[in-house]
Design a protein around this ligand. Structure first.
Ligand code: NDP
Ligand code: GDR
Length: 344
């Protein structure tokens, strides 16, 4: 039975990947930070008697090198998926040094743990790289050959993680791959990210529990896919005979405003957009009520304006293709938020 260690198992992607690997018969080890049940909410459904011995949780932190060595030693993984990160781009402007430590040096610490324990030939490594590496738009669509120009402390930290992964592959012959993943969402997305913030607010407004929704830059364009599709792509990368770097994306881009339009439409509300810049509002076409407004507090010191990914390499070499349309994903997220808020 193969074994895998997932850092960030309590996150959106970690929870879907754990599900996938357990389904495939892996023994799954998960690194998680000390915390109460809330921290385990996304994997609570996997902590069952049936999974005893198949899902093993280890306490730890990407900023603690000794701890990581011990966890890798204890778990002896065939595959290590490094999904843990301070993953919020806006927050990285507030905590740049911590972000660099966890997201940049954390990656190095894991690679070093593998090497120090003599597991270079055994443990295959996956690094959660990101379309935020592209940052300032140079060319679209963005593929594995597009130059990087990150626009946030998060992007810069992940740039280090990307290159140290390539470097350990080239220096020590490790099977270490980067997945350059474009935005992917789901009902398990953190509530601070724009997709989930929108679907949750649309549901809350529909239930009369929230007056309106304040957003930042409505013009930003993102290539949004579904997390379930993307964890499948991660696993496929790690199964290849040779390690390599791959883009995963849908190839389609939409504005933040379009995402909001789709979310409210799912609840029978058609939005009409009026004004521009910080004065723009989204009103209910039927009643004229303002449901979406702009708050400059949500703008970032530097923005990534446009992301569109070209996943041709992943299609050709991994046979990977996204299976979920944006409209279907938005509908799934809105329905899940509506159900959760109605129950709570
Ligand atoms: P989440 O923010 O949902 O999950 C992040 C995970 O990392 C959580 O389990 C969190 O634990 C854990 N974590 C944070 N800091 C530390 C630390 N210092 N030590 C140990 N664990 C830590 O992210 P996603 O699931 O959305 O993303 C997974 C990875 O993929 C991240 O590295 C992200 O940067 C990257 N990525 C994500 C994309 C996306 O669109 N979702 C696109 C491209 C890359 P806790 O529960 O305790 O907070
Ligand atoms: P992103 O995701 O920065 O792309 O990083 P996020 O959903 O936070 O922002 C997407 C775009 O929406 C704009 N925006 C807002 N964003 C937030 N969070 N809140 C708002 O109110 C708001 N209004 C407008 C943002 O300015 C931005 O342009 C995500 C994370 O998962 C990273 O870890 C990952 O690497 C990248 O996706 C790919």
């Amino acid at each position: 039975m193969p074994s895998a260690l997932i850092t960030g198992i309590t996150g959106q992607d970690g929870s879907y990947l754990a599900e996938l690997l357990i389904e495939k018969g892996y023994t799954v080890h998960g690194l998680l930070r000390r915390g109460g049940t809330a921290a385990r909410a996304r994997i609570a459904h996997l902590i069952t008697p049936a999974n005893e011995g198949r899902l093993i949780l280890h306490e730890g932190d990407l900023t603690d090198g000794g701890n990581l060595i011990r966890v890798v030693q204890d778990s002896q993984p065939d595959e290590l998926y490094n999904l843990a990160a301070q993953s919020d781009v806006a927050v990285s402007f507030e905590v740049p040094e911590y972000t660099a430590d966890a997201d940049g040096l954390g990656t190095l610490r894991l690679l070093e743990a593998i090497r120090l324990l003599g597991l270079e030939r055994r443990t295959r490594f996956y690094q959660a790289s990101t379309s935020e590496l592209y940052g300032k738009v140079r060319a679209v669509p963005q593929n594995e050959l597009t130059p990087f120009h990150p626009r946030s402390p998060y992007g810069v930290a992940k740039l280090y993680g990307f290159w140290i992964t390539v470097n350990y592959r080239e220096s020590y012959g490790m099977h270490a791959s980067n997945g350059i993943l474009f935005n992917h969402e789901s009902p398990r997305r953190g509530e601070g990210f724009v997709s989930r913030k929108i679907t949750r607010a649309a549901a809350a407004i529909h239930l009369g529990r929230q007056r309106d929704l304040a957003l930042g830059n409505l013009e930003a364009q993102r290539d949004w896919g579904h997390a379930r599709d993307y964890v499948e792509g991660m696993w496929r990368m790690v199964q290849q005979p040779e390690a390599d770097d791959y883009v995963l994306a849908t190839g389609q881009t939409h504005r933040v405003r379009d995402f909001a339009t789709l979310a409210f439409r799912e609840l029978g509300v058609e939005l009409a957009w009026e004004g521009s810049g910080v004065d723009e509002v989204g009103r209910c076409r039927a009643t004229g009520r303002t449901l979406v407004r702009v708050d400059p507090a949500f703008f970032r010191p530097a923005e990534v304006d446009l992301l569109i990914g070209d996943a041709t390499k992943a299609a050709e070499k991994l046979g990977w293709r996204p299976t979920t349309s944006l409209a279907a994903m938005v509908a799934e997220m809105v329905r899940a938020d509506l159900a959760a808020l109605s129950a709570g």
